[in-house]
Each structure stands twice: as structure tokens, then as C-alpha cells.
Design a protein around this ligand. Sequence first.
Ligand SMILES: [Zn+2]
Length: 113
Amino acid sequence: MNIPSQLKILGRVIGVSIISMPSEYLGEYSPDDMTIKLSSAITDRPVLEETFIHEIVHAINDIVGFELKLQNVLEEVADDGEVQGDEAFNLEEEKTDMFSKVLYATIIDNKLF
Ligand SMILES: [Zn+2]
């Protein structure tokens, strides 16, 4: 899979960089500056590609607005307004992770790249 320095999702340009990150992170999508960051510490190519897909799913959810809607609904069942570490954040991560794994497998199994 080609990992470009930027990609377009529904006409929006998303920057992509592979950089040094804290060891607990594989990647990150930042909605504020619309960038995807991937950890340069990842040595396993499939892990890097699957992480890239994971962050693309976050970007799509952000652009389409699904994530915010889901987040608002989930915040109602979560105990507090904090995001990181609470139930809403974890469910969002689980959903994104499952979706991106299936998307990645579909791309590979069908030789889409
Ligand atoms: Zn995530």
C-alpha cells in the first residue's frame, strides 16, 4: 500500500506524516489541522498500513460528522465530560478499530492496491 504525504477525502486535503510519537501511540488523526500522524517506531508494514486505515476512518468520521454525533450520544451515557479514558472514547476507538481492520483486510484480500 502506498502511504502518500497527503490524501483527499471528499475534496478535503488531509496531511499525512510518519513521525516520532509517544510510545503508547501508533497513530493519530487531528481534526483541528486535518492531519494524520503515524508513528515512525512501527517496523511491521501491515501494522503501519492498518494504522493508516484506522486514522483514515477517524478522518472520514470527522468529515462526515458521524463521530461528533456518536460522541454526543455516548457522552450521555458516560459519567463525565472527559473524553480520553472514558466509555465514549473507548467505544469510539473499538468501533474505529473494528471498521478499519475489516476495511484493511478487504483492500488486501481484493488486491485493491
Ligand atoms: Zn483511534
